[in-house]
Design a protein around this ligand. Sequence first.
Ligand SMILES: Cc1ncc(COP(=O)(O)O)c(C=O)c1O
Length: 454
Amino acid sequence: MNEPRPPGDDSAEGDVNTSPLRREFEAAHLHGKTRAMLAADADVFLHQSLSTPCFNAVASCDGIWLTDVEGRRVMDFHGNNVHQVGYRHPHVMAAVKAQLDTLPFAPRRFTNAAAVDLATKLAALAPDPLGKVLFAPGGTLAIGMALKLARLATGRHKTLSLWDSFHGASLDAISIGGEAVFRKHMGPLLPGTEHAPPCDPGACRFSCGGTCNAKCAEYIDYVLGKEEDVGAVIIETIRCTDVQIPPPEYYRIVRAACDRHGALLILDEVPICLGRTGRMFAFEHYGIVPDMVVLGKGLGGAVFPMAALVARRDLDIAADRALGHYTHEKSSVGCAAALATLEVIENEKLLERSQTLGARSLERMRELKRHHPLVADVRGIGLLLGIELARDGAPARREAEQVMYHCLAHGLSFKVGQGNVLTLSPPLVITPEELDAAFTILDAALSAVETGSR
Ligand SMILES: Cc1ncc(COP(=O)(O)O)c(C=O)c1O
């Protein structure tokens, strides 16, 4: 269903924040206090796509819930993917508060226990030969470190990544990223950043039709063979924005292609690591191990900006170069939050929970597909869920937005990816009852949009 978008449609990464439907939502639902805050926000911040103007103002958060400044609560099925353990998880909050009271910052050149413990834990969780770690205060920065390390390790500066991908908003990250909204009118990007078509099962550009022949993976092999000097292939293991789940053979072929042509495989799991897909690392679904994996977002326990590069042990080759060198590189508070988050994931068996509740969600989504002509496809892995809307065979972008605003007004927040995919990523601590309540809201929203009663 991913047809070319009309000119000027920048809906790739998220929903459009200047649309007429947004204005309607504001007029109907936002009142004095919120409007004043949004106006102050618009006054003081530099405006940018996808985040200005904001659509509401939050006052507090707890578990799966956001509370806005007018006291309304919504279930947060977006949360920028930081909230695997929910907001203000008591174990995470206690660890952060304890760290704040003792060591709120560790200057560079000093190590600290939380940082060493977290790196040790991540190295132990990651399969061999992964095992060396570097932290950064954000996923984009960790991607940048991976790109530098790949250059140093291979002596090659070229990269191969995928159209429609997102790896962060800095100049190096948008150079390998594949979304027009970030790349256009930015002037020259990094040289040597080749792109290949993404694996979008269901909308295959290689005419694989109903049976996937993994032609897009073979195309990666083809490009690596043609170019000969690509240093790294960078892919989101599963594209989060619209939940594109490659078939099992995809990564077997990509891994073999990288090995054959001497390119390192870097997997970006910034939004989908730590249980979102039902596994600690999403690549575990595919039976391969990358040369580097980049983690972020939920690593900071919905408190702190934390990201990590976990690389093959033998890639510890850059002792005389700066890969990261970030002021908050080994944040004692961030590392304490991350360690506590990993403990919560283990103690509360959130991987299993993600799998079980994911299966329950898929059932509900298949039911939605049976009852709603607007639902063209449903897909999910763990608690990363996508509902694709189409009308007359074309992406139903306007309807997706209508469904989103209807849900928002009835207590459920999520994001629309690629213009027509309702992307749902609830906290893994959600209860089955809360999950059911969310699907009831969605069901009603789809009915309202289909009957025009919205
Ligand atoms: C796949 C992916 N990679 C990288 C990033 C960048 O992470 P950050 O915003 O923490 O810099 C994001 C953020 O949304 C992402 O989704």
